[in-house]
Design a protein around this ligand. Structure first.
Ligand code: BEZ
Ligand code: FE
Length: 263
């Protein structure tokens, strides 16, 4: 607290905050609290756009372990998504272009991790999560949990995700507008990868050709988390190749240890 108060006082002196500006800040924080409830957490969104969430996460993780990098959890994760067998299609509404996502989970020595759990969620081809459009999109659309096989592999069919704006109808949106900052997150797939005896990884894979990569409003992009959404040739000749236009490889490395990165 001493450090926080010292830096706060320094900032107020440096900028010479006026009583009117102080009142504006109080109103902003009050609105941030008032718009938050058990479904919407505007304070976390504020932390996200200020780069605080990524900074705290970076400080909490040993970036030299060789494990896949973490990034922001975001507000759209829902616990207890359905479990599916590998190869399942998580599109509960058939929109957009189908994409085959496949990869492996390995330890830092390169050995396959069998029985790892991948909890996946993403926006659809219009940039919406199921929870944002409960009247149009089926519950659990583009969400699911998968388990790696004996070779550490998993795969599933989904819809190629689109970039989308972060929630902008509250005080955080007003702040970004006032600062002339962008709202659009680059297209990505979310993953939480867990396995007994390993530190969990909360991360995304981003479309490496998305034009919004450089402007992520929550500063969550890392170069190691880019993947290419390629035309699907791996399935060529199979029934899947005609209907599944895209493919993306998303591999993960887990480091030993059981600590929860959110703790
Ligand atoms: C998301 O990717 O779901 C997200 C992350 C941080 C803020 C808003 C959305
Ligand atoms: Fe997201």
């Amino acid at each position: 607290m001493e450090s926080m108060v010292r830096h706060l006082h320094e900032a107020i002196k440096e900028v010479r905050i006026t009583p009117a500006e102080w009142m504006e800040a109080i109103t902003f924080l009050t609105r941030t609290g008032q718009i938050s409830d058990n479904k919407r957490q505007e304070f976390i969104l504020l932390s996200d756009v200020l780069g605080v969430s990524m900074l705290v996460d970076t400080l909490a993780h040993d970036t030299t372990s060789g494990a896949t990098a973490n990034t922001v959890l975001g507000p759209f994760h829902v616990s207890d998504a359905p479990h599916y067998a590998n190869g399942a299609d998580i599109r509960l509404k058939q929109t957009g272009e189908a994409m085959w996502v496949a990869g492996g989970v390995r330890d830092t020595e390169g050995r396959p991790v069998a029985g790892a759990n991948l909890d996946v969620w993403q926006a659809d081809d219009s940039g919406f999560y199921d929870v944002q459009r409960p009247n149009d999109l089926p519950e659990w659309n583009l969400r699911g949990q998968f388990t790696t096989d004996g070779n550490g592999h998993y795969d599933f069919i989904t819809s190629k995700p689109l970039h989308y704006p972060i929630p902008s109808d509250g005080p955080v949106g007003d702040l970004l507008n006032a600062l002339d900052r962008p709202f659009i997150r680059p297209a990505h797939l979310h993953f939480i990868v867990t396995a007994d005896g390993y530190a969990p990884v909360i991360t995304h894979y981003f479309d490496d050709r998305c034009p919004y990569l450089q402007y992520d409003p929550v500063l969550g992009v890392k170069s190691s988390l880019l993947t290419r959404f390629e035309p699907n040739v791996e399935h060529s000749g199979s029934a899947k190749s005609d209907s599944v236009k895209w493919t993306a490889r998303c591999d993960f490395v887990l480091a030993r240890g059981g600590d929860d990165p959110s703790a």
